[in-house]
Ligand binder design. Structure first.
Ligand code: PMP
Length: 310
C-alpha cells in the first residue's frame, strides 16, 4: 500500500558531534537524538515499526495502536500515529507524570490508566487483553519486537558511518532500556565493517534505600531498566563491556552537558560518563554514544533541583 505522507520520513540525519567536557577528558562522538521531533530517539522506532506494519497490512488506515509505556515511546508513537493517520492508546500505570499525559492527549492519543500497584506488568497485560478482544489492534511491543533494533541498525547506525571521519567506530556506548539502541547500533556498525565494541552504560544506585532498590539500576536515571528487554541478549554481543556509573555522576554529567548547551535528560549524562570511562586509556579511539532525550521532560525531577535553588 502507499504510505500516508509523513514528514518523519523526510527529516535529515541527527547531528553527530564531538564533546569534551574538560581539557584533560577524552573526546566523545555524541549523536544528538534529542533533536528528533517528539524530543527523543523513539521517533525512529515508532516510524519504523508502524510503517512496516502498514506495508505488511498488519495495520489499516485509522487502525488502533496500543503500547504499554509511560515514557518516550508513547509520546513518539502518538506523534507518528498522528502523522500516519492511525489511532493511538497509551496504556500506563496511574503513577505517570502529568506532562507526559498532556503531550500524548494533545497529539490525539488516548490514555488508559492501569492500577498503580500492578506496575508496568499490569499495563502490558492490558494491551494484551485489548489485542485479544480485537485482533485488529496493533501492539508495537518495544521490549520484545526486533524491529526496534532494526530501526537503529538501518537508520541511526548508517547515519553514524556517513558522519564519522574514516567511517570507523571503535566502541558504541548506551544504556539499555529495551536494548534496541545498543543492539541495533552494534549490529549496524559491525555490518559496515567496524571493529566495534558494544558497551552497556549501567547506572549504579548509590543512596537508594536497600529494600526499595534491589538491583543496581537506578530510578534516578529513567529509561534505563533491568531485566525488561527481550531484545538485549549478552550472548549475541561478543566482547560486551559494562561501564558502571554512580547515578549522582550521571546526573552531574547531564547538568554539565546542559550548561554547555545540550538540553538533555539524565540518560545522556549516564551515556556520556560511561563513554568517557571506556575511552580513558584508549587515546585516538572513536567512541560513539547517544543523547536519547530532552531536558524538558525532567523539570519535576532531581535533574533540576539545583537550578530551582539558585
Ligand atoms: N534513555 C531514555 C531516556 C530512554 O527513554 C530509553 C529508552 N527507554 C533509553 C535511554 C534506552 O534506550 P533503549 O530502549 O533503546 O535501550
Amino acid at each position: 500500500m502507499r504510505l500516508p505522507d509523513c514528514y518523519l520520513a523526510k527529516l535529515g540525519p541527527t547531528p553527530l558531534v564531538t564533546v569534551r567536557l574538560s581539557p584533560t577528558a577524552p573526546e566523545i562522538w555524541c549523536k544528538l537524538e534529542f533533536l528528533n521531533p517528539s524530543g527523543s530517539t523513539k521517533d525512529r522506532i515508532a516510524r519504523y515499526i508502524l510503517e512496516k506494519a502498514l506495508r505488511a497490512g498488519r495495520l489499516r488506515p485509522n487502525g488502533l495502536v496500543a503500547e504499554a509505556s509511560s515514557g518516550s515511546t508513547s509520546i513518539a508513537m502518538a506523534l507518528a500515529c498522528a502523522q500516519l493517520g492511525l489511532r493511538f492508546a497509551a496504556v500506563m500505570p496511574e503513577s505517570v507524570s502529568n506532562e507526559r499525559v498532556l503531550m500524548i492527549r494533545a497529539l490525539g492519543g488516548e490514555i488508559r490508566l492501569t492500577p498503580r500497584e500492578l506496575g508496568m506488568r499490569g499495563a502490558i497485560e492490558e494491551t494484551q487483553r485489548m489485542a485479544t478482544a480485537d485482533p485488529s489492534v496493533f501492539l508495537p511491543r518495544q521490549f520484545a519486537n526486533p524491529d526496534n533494533a532494526w530501526a537503529h541498525r538501518t537508520g541511526t547506525a548508517r547515519e553514524i558511518i556517513d558522519q564519522i571521519p574514516g567511517g570507523s567506530v571503535d566502541a558504541v556506548v548506551s544504556g539499555v532500556g529495551t536494548g534496541g539502541t545498543l543492539v541495533g547500533l552494534y549490529e549496524g556498525l559491525r555490518e559496515a565493517g567496524c571493529p566495534v565494541c558494544p558497551v552497556v552504560a549501567r547506572p549504579v544506585a548509590l543512596n537508594a534505600a536497600p529494600d526499595i532498590e534491589c538491583c543496581s539500576f537506578s530510578s534516578r536515571v529513567p529509561g534505563v531498566v533491568d531485566c525488561m528487554s527481550e531484545i538485549f541478549r549478552p550472548e549475541d554481543l561478543p566482547g560486551l563491556c559494562v561501564e558502571e556509573v554512580p547515578d549522582h555522576e550521571a546526573l552531574a554529567a547531564a547538568r554539565a552537558l546542559i550548561a554547555r548547551g545540550f538540553p538533555v535528560g539524565p540518560s545522556s549524562g549516564l551515556n556520556f560518563r560511561a563513554a568517557e570511562q571506556w575511552a580513558l586509556g584508549r587515546p585516538g579511539a572513536h567512541v560513539v554514544t547517544v543523547f536519547p532525550d530532552r531536558m524538558e521532560r525532567y523539570f519535576s525531577t532531581e535533574l533540576f533541583s539545583e537550578v530551582k535553588e539558585r
